[in-house]
Design a protein. Structure first.
Lengths: 348, 348, 348
């Protein structure tokens, strides 16, 4: 249950939507909740019939239900009848969060360590014990939370939010509206060694990372700096938790990298690409715009535009599914094959 | 080698156990060690015959050996002859650790930043530079180590141990005896976006995480907050390092998630489920009580009670093993098939 | 682009190399860059014909090109003609970094929390808010960056570099020239539980981690302490980001563990072993010297010296590739098999 500081009335909510409203009692709404945990001040949604029992038991102050829902099924309850109740409910949550958001004001914790050579914008919020090193530039309305470390020469744009315990290595660039969750490491050295006479020799990693506008990076993800040049995360791309992006990768716009994805070095990902959880991509490949790769796939070749790939090594997803559908017969086929082979031997 | 502050005599140790003891010399025991690193004050165990050479060379002050061990094989050495020497040795380690444990006393580092609006229990231990935000409640005998960040409204129960550099996002709940290792991020935003006109739009994530009693979470693991409602880790469940638990997952009691496991959103895991290393589970599935899933499996369907699954996609482990056993013949079978096809074509 | 504080002239660079130099204009060199981002003060390299367009457009002050490159192709540009331009260019970067490196001087941040019982070497650099607990020993010329936590009894050698937000648990040992990137957790408890009457009982983890000379560990990697004894990372081994090393593993010298690799407990890895990204290795196995394991493989058996393995479960890579090459025919084979089976039934 998320309780907001701003309260809303059912009519206020309905007035923003193209919907039918059934109002049976007055109420002040203070929170959004799941059906099962709702109280009389909650707004909920109901869309999946699986949750019908929870709906019947629910005491919420207002429930978003599908447009064709029969209001008699849930009497004594305020209802909003609307197409796509889940999405519309979530839009309400978004609006409500914005209504409750405090206006940004400058707030620099006494324990923040800010270099005199750093440039800090207006209404910036620097948390306890965060470290802002030499020549860092931070834009307006940006928040760096507690215990994060921003190393020298980093540039961070406006309206960014860096959560606690994050590390951003020197020279990296974050543009505007970038969100980095806790535990992330942006700009650590790429993984490059040359084996020479039995010894692994480090290839210096002197590039950086550039994160374009509107990117969000989940917790404990790592984006390595380029060897030379930049590792680039394109505008609007979203990266989940525990993801590894190798040095010199270039990711396009509005792509999705689900949790635990790993990209080896110098790979290019296009726009609106979807990489499901735990996918691995080898180095120096290109996954073109709109491609989709199924969970746990191991990509060892480039993937053309809008293709759907699956498996290790990843191949056309339709073909892979046909192979997998046949898989259960393999022991029988092999048994039969062995019988034939034995017979053929006997004949000879 | 682990050296304890409390010393023990062989007889003291034997008196707690149902065992036979062979005492050939007096000694004061100060540490537990592997056979290979032991000194005259060490307690060791021997169970796996693979380590017989190490046993012969070992100078330990006391060795746990199997009940049927022939003491003449290791003369001049104090021995405890006992069933399951490894487990009994480990029980001793546990007891010894408890004997050596300091009584909890209140210890709040001067550099800890504790909100005046936080409520801190008795005998609480707050490390250097840890951050306790507004409205946090921390129970008795709980330790929050250095540089950890506990954001607003978090509730932590009694006897919990939060290791250094951990982040717990707002509104999350940890009950009693919960252990969170370093680098963990509890309650970061779930990964939810809607692609609309080529742009990824964030679905707000306003739920929380609830971690029940006796849960232990390994280093650098991430448990995301629910979109609405709660992500729940059930009582006694143990989670290894670098594990990803997606938003709105519900995990039952006493389950095991090995390292690098990833659960997508809204998946349910029952009680005493075992997920081996690097397993991935798709969203909205149910893995029922007692199920076991083999390492690296990709689970794309729900799994019934006590079933053993393996592979990507995960299927019955026995069937998968039969398929894999046949796998090596596939090239021969395909070659033979191609020959037949060619002949059939010729016939036509 | 990496800008150095020390400037170089083309002749200075050439004088260190066995190469031919084409000098067409005077310039002061200040940085290394990719062809596409270079300015007149940049040094670049060209080796892969894929970047010919970038070479043609490039305005760099000096470009390393292959020994057989036709200098007329890039007139008006200073060139170094040399075998292996990439490697030689990288050697220059290494040298340039060393020239630019400040001489180590003692620098202990006021906000560093250093126990009076700790022993700190000469020219040690302790960052803001780093925590050095009781009985820690740190060698000469070692840097511990901001917000890192070094727990009691840890020993760190000379010339080590611990990046920000790292945690090293008690009793661990890092020898000389060890580099640990941000977010790493060294020495958290191994993952060991015994299921007894439906409850997971923790096996105490009282060993440590020993990291030998010249090891580098990437961001957010976890190396667990041993149950008893030590988890050991051998000299010169390099570990990428988000890698999991289970308790009691022993890794040899100069091995490579790519990103997101996971090793279960007590596994031994030899010298100069190569584990590609996302490889998982089960417990108690031995991967012998010089072995190579392909990306995402799941190793369930020991691997002999210099063998190349691939797949889950990992088998000889050549055989696995033959199986995969046949894979696409499986649906046809199974279809044909079913037809035969039907016919045989009809005959009966």
């Amino acid at each position: 249950m998320k309780v907001f500081e701003v309260t809303l009335a059912p009519k206020q909510i309905a007035s923003q939507l193209k919907c039918e409203i059934v109002l049976v009692r007055k109420t002040v709404l203070t929170n959004v909740a799941e059906l099962a945990e709702a109280n009389e001040k909650s707004v909920c949604f109901f869309e999946n019939p699986k949750f019908l029992d929870a709906l019947n038991a629910c005491k919420a102050g207002l429930i978003f239900v599908p447009a064709d829902f029969d209001a008699k099924q849930k009497p004594d309850t305020n209802l909003i009848l609307i197409d796509k109740p889940y999405i519309n409910f979530m839009m309400l949550v978004k609006t409500w969060l914005e209504l409750s958001r405090e206006k940004p004001v400058e707030k620099i914790a006494e324990t923040a360590v800010v270099s005199k050579k750093a440039t800090i914008g207006r209404n910036t919020n620097l948390g306890h014990n965060c470290i802002i090193e030499d020549n860092v530039i931070i834009g307006n309305n940006t928040t760096i939370e507690s215990n994060s470390v921003i190393r020298k020469n980093v540039r961070i744009g406006e309206n960014c939010h860096i959560f606690p315990n994050t590390t951003i290595y020197e020279d990296c660039v974050l543009k505007n509206n970038v969100v980095i969750h806790s535990g992330c490491v942006i700009g650590a050295d790429g993984f490059g060694y040359l084996l020479h006479e039995g010894i692994q020799n480090k290839i210096p990693q002197v590039g950086n990372v550039i994160i374009e506008d509107d990117v969000e990076v989940g917790a404990c993800s790592c984006i390595d700096r380029a060897t030379i040049g930049s590792t680039i995360i394109g505008k609007g791309t979203k990266i989940d938790n525990l993801v590894q992006v190798g040095h010199n990768c270039k990711i396009g716009e509005n792509s999705i990298l689900c949790a635990q994805v790993g990209l080896a070095g110098s790979t290019e990902i296009g726009d609106v690409v979807f990489l499901a959880g735990q996918v691995g991509v080898a180095g120096h490949l290109k996954i073109d715009d709109g491609a989709m790769v199924g969970a746990q796939s191991g990509v060892s070749n480039s993937i053309p535009k809008k293709a759907k790939y699956f498996g290790t090594p990843a191949i056309d997803a339709g073909l892979k599914k046909r192979i997998l559908a046949s898989e259960k017969q393999i022991p029988n086929v092999v048994k039969y094959y062995k019988k034939i082979m034995k017979n053929e031997k006997v004949k000879k």
